[in-house]
Design a binder for this molecule. Structure first.
Ligand code: KG4
Ligand code: ZN
Length: 339
């Protein structure tokens, strides 16, 4: 009961997330999304996302309070994603969080979006094992992070050098004529396909390549070329086989590199987060390969993998617990914030 109640705001991309936690206990997780407004553009349009955040913000705060059965006066601290993300979208969340902090006279904590994706698993599976390795895969990022302490010490080991994993799913879904966002569609289509049907390239897996960096743009191009060749030959495109083979190429590289990072850094817990962590094949293959190496995999349920406010509140509560000083009330939004 002594644990602080933290209200968290997330607006770095197209989800307006407001969450409430008490320590590592999840009390509310309200999310509004503008995803449908971006669908016809095949990607998130920053200006559209910012305006949608503005419309959704206050109603989403009220939904979260209703879920938790709390009043604003019950809140002990505010946390907000201050970066990285879309500049205009971040600004809406940061401005709202400042307004609530000022009005309530409570401290505000600007938090890193990537660290929040890691921290959220505490709400489902209990205190984070430390150190942990984290694989963060979403529409905006593909990172390997060594996490000695999620509140104070998160070390990036590698990143994508071109497209994010989710971006590759979205682009391949588009050339296959599936919907947006593409990840769930590819995941579903792949269930009826053969993952070994087509040998698509595994980027950056050569002996001289950076062991913890990722590259998915070559894979995306290879899939597009393969489909074009079929169409030119007047042959039908086997959508399920293409989806399964593409998905296998992504997931094979992600799990191989993440587990290698665990082994080389002496870490025996792997956390997977971000929207792509909802992928059924990634969850299965990571668990299967990790088991063989004596490594434990933790993946939050899909609703906590995609962007949400609860993850921000979770990290805020962790900062409070670690005795980290709050941010100043003029804290900036930083679209390219490093971890
Ligand atoms: O974390 P998130 O909601 O937002 C970002 O921060 O980007 O991730 C969204 C990304 C999209 O690219 C979407 O296609 C992908 O996550 N995604 C998936 C699945 N569900 C969502 N990718 C593969 N398989 C899925 N089941
Ligand atoms: Zn995210």
């Amino acid at each position: 009961a002594d644990q602080p109640i933290v209200l968290g705001f997330e607006t770095s991309c197209d989800e307006t997330g407001v969450g409430i936690v008490r320590g590592i206990e999840l009390l509310a997780d309200a999310v509004a999304t503008s995803v449908d407004e971006h669908a016809r553009f095949g990607g998130v349009v920053p200006e559209v996302a910012s305006r949608a955040h503005l419309d959704a913000m206050v109603p989403t705060v009220h939904r979260a309070l209703d879920q938790a059965g709390l009043k604003l006066s019950d809140i002990d601290a505010i946390a907000v994603t201050s970066g990285p993300g879309l500049a205009g979208a971040l600004l809406v969340g940061v401005a709202a969080a400042k307004a609530y902090a000022l009005a309530l006279g409570k401290p505000i904590y600007g938090v890193n979006h990537l660290a929040a994706h890691v921290c959220v698993d505490q709400l489902e599976h209990g205190p984070l094992p430390q150190p942990a390795m984290a694989l963060l895969v979403s529409g905006g990022h593909s990172s390997l992070l060594l996490v000695p302490d999620v509140a104070t010490d998160v070390r990036p080991l590698g990143n994508t050098i071109d497209d994010a994993a989710g971006e590759a799913f979205d682009k391949v879904a588009r050339v296959l004529g599936l919907g947006f966002p593409g990840g769930p569609h590819v995941d579903r289509a792949a269930r009826d396909g053969d993952p070994a049907a087509i040998a698509f390239p595994r980027g950056l897996t050569g002996p001289r390549d950076a062991p913890y960096d990722f590259s998915f743009s070559g894979l995306k191009t290879a899939v597009a070329r393969w489909i074009e060749a079929r169409e030119r030959a007047g042959e039908p495109v086997p959508v399920a086989d293409v989806a399964a083979s593409f998905q296998e190429a992504v997931v094979d590289v992600l799990t191989r590199k993440a587990l290698r990072a665990c082994k080389e850094n002496g870490v025996d817990h792997l956390l997977i987060g971000g929207g792509v962590a909802a992928n059924s094949r990634l969850r299965a293959l990571a668990t299967e390969r990790a088991e063989a190496m004596g490594i434990r995999v933790r993946v939050p349920r899909p609703g906590l993998c995609t962007d949400n406010g609860a993850m921000v509140a979770a990290l805020g509560a962790q900062l409070v617990a670690s005795g980290v000083e709050p941010s100043a009330l003029d804290l900036p939004a930083d679209s390219s914030m490093p971890v």
